[in-house]
Write a protein that binds this ligand. Sequence first.
Ligand SMILES: NC(=O)c1ccc[n+]([C@@H]2O[C@H](COP(=O)([O-])OP(=O)(O)OC[C@H]3O[C@@H](n4cnc5c(N)ncnc54)[C@H](OP(=O)(O)O)[C@@H]3O)[C@@H](O)[C@H]2O)c1
Length: 334
Amino acid sequence: MEYSIALVTGATSGLGQAAARLLAKGGWHEIIVTGRSLAGAQQAAAQLAAENKTVIFTPLALDLDKPSSVQSALAELVKRGKPIEFLLLNAGMVPGKKRVLTAAGVEASQAPLIGHHQLTAGLLRANLLSPNARIVIAGAEPARGDVPLFSLTDVAALAAKRHQGNRTAAMEALLRNGPNVKYQANRAYADAKVIVAWWAAALARRLPPGMAVYAVAPGAATDTKVSRNAGWALKWLMIPIVKHIPGMNQTPETAARRYLQASEFGTDVSGQFFASAPKKFTGPIEVMRQPHLHDRANQEAAWQAVVKVSGVDFEPIKPASPSVPPITKGPGAP
Ligand SMILES: NC(=O)c1ccc[n+]([C@@H]2O[C@H](COP(=O)([O-])OP(=O)(O)OC[C@H]3O[C@@H](n4cnc5c(N)ncnc54)[C@H](OP(=O)(O)O)[C@@H]3O)[C@@H](O)[C@H]2O)c1
């Protein structure tokens, strides 16, 4: 089978790089690989090309922490003018002990979603996703709410206690890690990934009929750089132990294969969150059915908060719409 163009974010290491490699083997014509800097993306593209003995990797600079970088990447893609069939929003990170905020005031592990939202909205506006495009965004098992040490914030309770019941304001507080949010690295990561799942559900309602989006947890793959910022307990205790327990770890290639598997799913399951079975971290993926993931008020509040923080919105796309979807920009737009 032959496919056309895929774009993989965060392809300078780990699962992004493994996914790019798998896509090349799977017959894709061109794979756009992004890194925070052009030099990093070029290095990844060159390495992938050498390994695969093929020159189908196009480097693109994309720093998701910086709206200006997303705008430049979009301008480059518009200049090329070729529609993307598979948009793999893989970039992400586990935050460290010390809270980090981007220049735009977004908590570091939440920032990739803001950049991914700006990128996706920009591609839709420019008509640069093919009519049957598949969008996959990296989730993680902590979003299920059953992973020890990674508890989730109860958004409804936070809204009731601190934001006069306004869940969008509570979501914004999580994206910015304040006000009234106490920083705790594992909780920040779990919250970031549940917001990813809610965002995917809300985006699915706004895509044209042929397109689909899924949040996909790649599962545990400790041989990547994902835990580079993690605290010592996770990095030097939990991961080394867990690594040797059967069923608790898998290769980056096995994990990345989940993304490609989801890219073949139908529109009927668009907006769903796929992960390992409850309490598991490897094995087959399935649709997650935990009620908090299907809470429409949380999904829409997450969407509205991402729109507000990113400064980028787009209206639901009507089936009969003949033109590029309108995009409205709010305060803070790049
Ligand atoms: N590995 C696992 O066990 C596991 C489990 C569940 C979910 N995940 C998810 O899988 C995805 C890939 O992780 P990985 O294991 O492959 O980790 P990784 O080896 O650290 O790779 C992450 C990639 O994302 C990029 N990235 C992170 N933040 C970025 C930003 N703000 N702007 C641009 N690029 C950014 C990194 O670039 P830099 O190197 O320049 O930062 C790197 O290329 C993440 O979303 C992660 O949360 C991983």
